[in-house]
Design a protein around this ligand. Sequence first.
Ligand code: PXP
Length: 238
Amino acid sequence: MLFNVNIDHVATLREARGGIEPSVLDAALIVEKCGCDAITVHLREDRRHIQDDDLFTIMKSVNIPINLEMALSEEIIDIALKLKPKQITIVPERREELTTEGGFDIVRYFDKATSMLSVFAETGILLSLFIDPDEDQISASKAAGVDIIEIHTGEYSNSSTSDAISFELNRISKAAIKGKELDLQVAAGHGLNYSNIAPIVKILEIEELNIGHSIISRSVFVGLERAILEMKKLVEVL
Ligand code: PXP
C-alpha cells in the first residue's frame, strides 16, 4: 500500500497569517523522513494554501515523488507541464467549496477532459482521476486513458450509522474491484482518519492512500512526525 501524505493544511495555517511559518518545506522533509511514498499537494486556482513557490521548493528539496492534485485549468496544466511531478491527480474545483466535495465527473466532461489531458501524453507523468465510487465513472476513466483512479471516500467518512458505513464501504470495495478488472491502479482518499481507516486498508484492491487533514490536525497535539508514523502503522497493518 502506497501511503501519500497531503500537506496542504500546513500551508493553510501559514496563510492564516500570511507569514513564513509553519514551513511547508519542513513538513515535506518530515514526510520523506518518515518513509512515506509521496507528498501530495493541491495547487488550487485560488492559491488558498499551497503556493507555486512551495511546489518548486519541495520538488527541488525532496527525493520522494510529488502527487500534484489539480483542476483541469490551462494555468495549472502549464505549471504541471513545467514541473513534471511523478503523478497528477485531477480533481473538480469550485471556488466556494471548503474542500473537494465530490469526484470529477468524467462521464459528463469526457470530451473536454480527454482533450485537455492529451497534453500529458508522452510526458511520463502518471494520470490519476479523483472520482466517486461509481461504475460508469470508472469505465469512463478507463476510456479516458488514465493510469489511476482515486476513489473519493468522503461519503464513507461522513457516514455515521453502521448501515450507511456498510453501504459506502461496499460501494468503495466494488469500485476498487472494477478498477482492477479494468487494469487501473486504484487509490483512495478524502476524510480518512485514525478511526475510519481500518476497513479501507482491508480492501486489497486499493493500492494508494492520500491522507491529509486528519494527520495535520493530530500533528498540532503530538507533532507531525508522530502523527504521520501513527497513521503509517495503521496503513501498513496487513
Ligand atoms: N485525495 C484527494 C484527491 C483530495 O482532493 C484530498 C483533499 O485535498 C485528499 C485526498 C485528502 O483528503 P483529506 O485532507 O480529507 O485527508
